[in-house]
Design a protein around this ligand. Sequence first.
Ligand SMILES: [Zn+2]
Length: 255
Amino acid sequence: MRDITLCHPDLQARAAKLLAACEAAGIGIKIGETLRTAAEQDELYAQGRTKPGNIVTNAKGSSYSSMHQWGVAFDFYLAMDVDGDGKTSDDAYNDSTGLFAKVGQMGKSLGLEWGGDWKSIVDRPHFQLPDWGSTPSKLKSEYGTPEAFKKTWKKAAGWVKDSEGWWYRHADGSYSKNAWEQIGGEWYWFDGAGYMVEAAWKETEGKWYYLKENGAMAHGELCAVGDEIYCFAEDGRMLEGEVTLHTNERGALVV
Ligand SMILES: [Zn+2]
C-alpha cells in the first residue's frame, strides 16, 4: 500500500518533513510502499525463494517480521529526470549520481533510520522509525500484533493537505463531511468528500454564507466577491435589504 496516512503519526510527520527538505534541495522523491499486510509481505518473501526474482527481504509476513507491517516504515523512489533523457519514469531507482545516499542523510537528520546503513540486504529506498530498534522483535514482544500496536498510536488533530485539497483530521482519525465545523475560532464547510471548501457561497437553512479564499466563513465584515461587496453579520449570515454600517476608530467601514 502507498498511503502514508496508514502509518504511525510520527512517521507521517517525518515523511512530510523529508518531502519538504528534498523539494527544497531540488530532489524529487515520492513515497512508495508504506503499510504492508501479512499477505503482501509473504508475497515479497517468496520472491527469490519460491518465485522468480532477487531476494529483497529477510522478513516473513506471517510472523510480522517486517517493520512495514507495523506501520513504522516507508520506501521512497526518485521522481525526477536523473539521466537527462527527458523522462522520469526510468529513473525511479537510478542511483548513478548518489541521490539515495543524499536523501538517506536528510532522513537521518530528521530522526529516521535509513536502510542504506544496513549490512544484510542494503535497502537504500527504505526509512523507518528508530524507536523500537532495527527489527520488529521488541514490537512483537511488547504488543504481539500490529493491530494491538496501532491502538497505542496517538493521532494529533490537525489540518492535512493532499493532492485534492485541505481536510481536518480529528484526534480519532475521523473527519467532517457535508458539515460545518468550527476550528480555531473560525467556521469551515467540508464537502461530501471531506475537503474544505474555499472561495464559494454556501446556503444553510435559507441563509447564505461565504467561505473566503482561506476557507474561513466571512462574519462581521464586508467582503469583496468578484466585483461586488457583500455584508456579513457577526454570525456569518449575508445581510440583505437595509444594512447599517459604522466606521471603526481608523475610519474604516465595519458592519
Ligand atoms: Zn522498506
